[in-house]
Design a protein around this ligand. Structure first.
Ligand code: DGY
Length: 304
């Protein structure tokens, strides 16, 4: 029987399969375990089920001499020092596929909400500012027939492209179209690449300057892909029409972060995969990964 540490209460039934086979300890919350508690908890852990807010770095791996398997609860794994895990022979897995459609739904919801000012219009109604029907009120952008640029045509990017087909959009993707050209031609730009040293601040001031002044940026990938200071400046200067972010850097933004006061911006609290089904299936995949690795088999969804 192995010892497994789970860093959050997670959704779904699958954790009971893990409990049937191994000794499982779950951090009761609220939120993440403080760093010291996490380091202490992994000291005798054979397996770790972690969420994206936990930094699984070389220090943590060194503090976990028995650790053989890390199952990340999410498809992105930029919170894990993959090289440090590899060097110790620790298996690392993620949860792709099961959250693809939920995340693509949210990307499209953000695109529509930003294009048609849904958040501001709803706030105006709630504040009693709905005077009368106005011919020039709340004018937004056409989504139907517009051009959508997808940066990162992986599983989620392709799922967004499928939704765009229903809106008769022209889809450009970085696989076939150079980024600069994609930025210049797109009415909407949606980010779906992983955060790596190469993609950090991929959307910086010069990338934003290439976008049309009428264009909207959507980010459901990772906050670090966008240079947020440059985005705030571009929004105030009207260099792009709006942005909708499900992810920020850091998360949450610190109180007083200029991002929170920027115009034509929607910020959500990283809810791309937050459907009951997706989250329960993420648990199932993370558990399958752990059980396999602790049994000496390859993880079904291995990244190392
Ligand atoms: C992921 O899986 O990487 C998401 O950001 C969280 O669902």
């Amino acid at each position: 029987m192995a010892r497994i540490y789970v860093t959050r209460e997670i959704v779904g039934e699958a954790l009971s399969c893990l409990r049937a086979l191994h000794e499982v300890e779950v951090w009761p919350g609220p939120g993440s375990p403080p760093r010291a508690a996490l380091l202490a908890a992994v000291a005798d852990a054979d397996g770790l089920l972690a969420v994206l807010t936990e930094r699984i770095d070389a220090e943590l791996i060194e503090a976990a001499p028995r650790l053989r398997a890390i199952a990340n609860y999410g498809v992105g794994y930029d919170n894990i020092d993959i090289e440090a895990a590899r060097a110790r022979g620790i298996a690392v897995g993620n949860t792709p596929d099961v959250l693809t459609e939920a995340t693509a739904d949210l990307a499209f919801a953000l695109l529509l909400a930003c294009a048609r000012h849904l958040v501001e219009a709803r706030a105006a109604v709630a504040a009693g500012h709905w005077g009368t029907w106005e011919p020039a009120g709340w004018l937004g952008l056409d989504v139907h027939g517009a051009t959508l640029g997808i940066v990162g045509l992986g599983r989620i990017g392709r799922a967004v492209a499928r939704r765009a087909a229903g809106f008769a959009m022209t889809v450009l993707a970085t696989r076939a179209t150079p980024l600069d050209e994609l930025l210049e031609r797109s009415d909407f730009v949606s980010l779906h690449c992983p955060l790596t040293p190469q993609t950090r601040h991929l959307i910086d001031a010069s990338a934003l300057a290439r976008m049309k002044p009428t264009a909207i940026l959507v980010n459901t990938a990772r906050g670090g892909i966008v240079d947020q200071a440059a985005l705030v400046e571009a929004l105030w200067a009207g260099r792009i029409a709006g942005a909708a972010l499900d992810v920020t850097d850091p998360e949450p933004p610190r109180p007083g972060d200029p991002l929170l006061a920027a115009p034509n911006l929607i910020v959500l609290p990283h809810i791309g995969s937050a459907t009951r089904t997706a989250r329960a299936e993420m648990t199932a995949v993370a558990v399958e990964n752990l059980i396999a690795a602790l049994d000496g088999r390859p993880m079904p969804h291995a990244v190392v």
